[in-house]
Design a protein around this ligand. Structure first.
Ligand SMILES: Cc1cc2nc3c(=O)[nH]c(=O)nc-3n(C[C@H](O)[C@H](O)[C@H](O)COP(=O)(O)OP(=O)(O)OC[C@H]3O[C@@H](n4cnc5c(N)ncnc54)[C@H](O)[C@@H]3O)c2cc1C
Length: 258
């Protein structure tokens, strides 16, 4: 089975910085593999190990340094990596990013495309749906348990009200939840071997895309302004000396929230 895993390089810092000139997230500085994507990689490796011969291909769009983040996934055990990188792609929004990723995935034509839950920098949790739509493939999101059987994929997904079990024919797109597995650590052998694994770089042109189909030109959204969040209003701290529950009920009743 051929499995493609979409992975993103994100800034290696929990604090998000905005660039006030471009109104974009400041992605400068050290980058790292999006932590949620390591779970998609782990799941792909487990499927490959269970299903026998196959291939795990990483696909990413980002600056040339995104290749460093992809190496961690290669060290975990993925077979090869494809990085879409092109100056004209800078500033791509969801629409433009999904267009480029879908074009690369179409070329690879995998049986299964895996995504992480969301990207830790933009937190959209939506790219997988856009890519599935472009590929015209069924998709299952928030999958906490994944099985592949007889040409179909079954995902158990946790919802507010319990569990859904969804089956879809392959080829399909699946976004895993952060409850699906505990990703392995790359071994020393894996880290050394990662350097020798094939890592291809594609431009937009290689994918048959025009520069105007990516970057700001190919995007459908524009960030018009950025504002700091408004200061918090008047707050009241309730110390629990045994009567906190009553005080909270009283407070909510005062605000007519009960
Ligand atoms: C006006 C505008 C300009 C932007 N400019 C840039 C920019 O210059 N550079 C930039 O990086 N982002 C840019 N973005 C953000 C970019 O559009 C999002 O990163 C992208 O749409 C994915 O959304 P997300 O990061 O919220 O991912 P999510 O939807 O949260 O990601 C879900 C999953 O999709 C996969 N994934 C996400 N992004 C990628 C990727 N790039 N390659 C492979 N797999 C991926 C991962 O598996 C991830 O776990 C811009 C957004 C806007 C609105």
């Amino acid at each position: 089975m051929k499995i493609a895993v979409c992975v993103k390089q994100v800034p290696d810092t929990p604090a998000k910085r905005m660039n006030r000139q471009t109104n974009r997230l400041d992605r400068s500085g050290e980058g790292a593999l999006n932590p949620f994507d390591t779970q998609a990689v782990e799941e792909a490796l487990r499927l490959k190990e269970a299903e026998g011969p196959g291939e795990v291909v990483l696909v990413s769009m980002g600056p040339p340094t995104a290749g460093d983040a992809m190496r961690k996934a290669l060290a975990m055990g993925a077979d090869r990596a494809i990085l879409i990188t092109d100056e004209a792609a800078a500033g791509s929004d969801l629409v433009a990013t999904s267009r480029a990723l879908a074009a690369a995935l179409e070329r690879e034509s995998p049986d299964l495309v895996l995504f992480g839950q969301y990207a830790a920098d933009s937190e959209g949790a939506v790219l997988w749906a856009a890519v599935a739509e472009r590929l015209r493939r069924p998709m299952i999101s928030q999958v906490a348990e994944l099985t592949v059987d007889n040409g179909s994929v079954t995902g158990r997904r946790q919802t507010e009200f319990g569990y859904d079990v969804i089956r879809a024919p392959l080829p399909a797109v699946v976004a895993v939840s952060d409850a699906i597995n505990e990703p392995r650590y790359p071994s020393l052998k894996g880290i050394m071997g990662a350097k020798r694994k094939p890592q291809d770089t594609l431009s937009l042109g290689d994918l048959g895309l025009e520069a105007a189909q990516a970057g700001e030109q190919g995007s459908r959204t524009t960030v018009l302004a950025l504002h700091d969040p408004p200061p918090r209003g008047e707050s009241r701290t309730i110390e629990d000396d045994g009567g906190a529950a009553d005080e909270i009920v009283e407070f909510l009743a005062e605000k007519r929230l009960l």
